[in-house]
Design a protein around this ligand. Structure first.
Ligand SMILES: [Zn+2]
Length: 459
């Protein structure tokens, strides 16, 4: 993460600079929902574009899909979500608030430096641990909880217009099933040969009760996923390959490798051969950023069992029939957005003693690529002309209000990599001054030079 960053500073900057607002704010908000503003929407959209470019366009034999959010409820029986997609919850008997037992234990262990992993504990063991260590309710400070109960985290809704005719359906809790149920459609229609991948970016919904550190954990979020279908004997190789690709992608969009680390899962699902996360150093410590899982043939076998449709793949050369293994790579666009913001945030003291906040975003991710700033109002005709010219190449801002220093600060804070100023020399020779956000160095160049320089930085 960047210099002097805290979660409060990120949240405040996001609100003040049009990056992210609390959801339904004028009604007092709605817990764990957030709205992306004009700047945040652009940054997130650029993150998604970079991901798609890397994992679809530059990743041969990968096919994109955009599956429906609402799926046949049998899908969630096959995936296991109906039976066991739940969190261990308990209520504080004193202040009547609800908490996740595993999170309370994790926080406690982190504070005390204990090596305890609630994922490997039963409900009873968690209850015992909480009362033995007198772990307190984060709201009221007492330790008086109900027994732990498991609550399913899928959002339910119903279809049908009359009450008698209602069928319970769910908002998808993950996007992956949209790739699995379309495995044969895509394999046949695209004449795909194993190994091949299916990628998807889409919304998923989880009824999380724990407030989740800004956009780190939200009830509605966007997933970016790549499922690689391969032969069993190659799944280990692809697992290692996608660990590397996931890591390289993060470096390519501006992460310092010292703020990232691999963490193997302590507890594997019964079908999984291996699973790990890449963790990022957020202001609240190292925590999950993305996951890579070697899932065996579990997903397609379950869909074969529950749908009654064969999921066999026939090798066109050997005629061998088998159910492919799946190596899954999954990353949350919102969680990555938070990591990107934390990584970019920097507070700097300048040579003249003043300080500035600067978001050192990769130019590929920044909302505006260039801000067009006329030094005086009477230069606005020329400045508008330049703005129009540049806007056909990349997203630009036009700003003529306030001192030039204040305009620079505002663009530093939203991460605009280049500001160009229009002055009276521009009218004479057509050159402008281009200021680099990070070094604050200024260079004189023509508009054509600005276009090729900035294009080089964002491609
Ligand atoms: Zn309480």
């Amino acid at each position: 993460m960047g210099k002097n960053v805290t979660m409060d500073k990120i949240v405040n900057l996001c609100k003040g600079r049009g990056i992210i607002f609390a959801g339904s704010e004028i009604y007092g908000g709605m817990g764990n929902t957030w709205d992306y503003g004009p700047i945040g929407h652009e940054i997130k959209s650029n993150i998604k574009k970079q991901w798609w470019k890397t994992f679809v366009y530059q990743n041969r034999n990968t096919f994109g899909v955009d599956a429906a959010i609402l799926m046949n409820p049998r899908v969630w029986e096959a995936s296991g979500h109906t039976a066991s997609f739940s969190d261990p919850k308990m209520d504080c008997k004193e202040c009547k608030t609800r908490h996740r037992a595993d999170n309370l234990i994790e926080d406690y262990a982190k504070k005390k430096g204990l090596d305890v992993n609630p994922d490997t504990m039963t409900d009873e063991q968690m209850s015992e641990f909480i009362s033995e260590n007198q772990i307190k309710c984060p709201i009221c400070g007492k330790c008086n909880f109900t027994a732990i109960r498991q609550f399913n985290m899928m959002f339910e809704t119903s279809r049908g217009v009359t009450e008698e005719n209602q069928n319970k359906i769910y908002l998808r809790p993950e996007t992956a099933q949209g790739e699995f149920v379309n495995f044969l459609n895509i394999q046949r229609s695209m004449r795909a040969k194993v190994p091949f991948g299916i990628a998807q970016i889409g919304k998923a919904f989880r009824n999380e009760i724990t407030p989740g550190n800004f956009i780190f954990r939200t009830i509605e979020f966007e997933q970016m996923e790549h499922q690689l279908f391969c032969r069993e004997d190659e799944s280990g190789k692809f697992y290692d390959l996608y660990k590397q690709k996931a890591w390289d992608f993060l470096i390519s969009i501006g992460f310092d490798e010292n703020n990232l680390r691999f963490k193997d899962h302590d507890k594997l699902a019964h079908y999984a051969k291996s699973a790990c996360d890449i963790q990022y150093l957020y202001p609240f410590g190292f925590s999950e950023l993305n996951g890579i899982h070697n899932r065996g043939d579990h997903d397609l076998s379950r869909h074969e069992e529950f749908s009654g449709k064969s999921m066999l793949y026939v090798d066109p050369i050997t005629n061998e029939k088998f159910i492919p293994n799946v190596v899954e790579y999954s990353i949350g666009a919102d969680r990555l957005m938070l990591a990107v913001l934390c990584e970019a945030y920097n507070e700097e003291v300048l040579e003249n003693g003043e300080s500035r906040v600067v978001m050192k975003l990769s130019p590929k991710l920044s909302a505006y690529k260039v801000a067009v700033l006329p030094l005086q109002k009477n230069l606005s005709e020329k400045a508008n002309e330049i703005y129009s010219q540049l806007s056909s190449h990349f997203y630009c801002d036009y700003d003529e209000a306030g001192s030039i220093g204040k305009r620079y600060r505002r663009h530093d804070e939203i991460g605009t990599p280049y500001c160009i100023t229009i002055d009276f020399d521009t009218l004479e020779d057509g050159t402008v001054t281009l200021r680099d956000r990070d070094t604050m160095e200024q260079v004189r160049m023509t508009i054509d030079e600005v276009i090729s320089f900035v294009s080089g930085k964002i491609s």
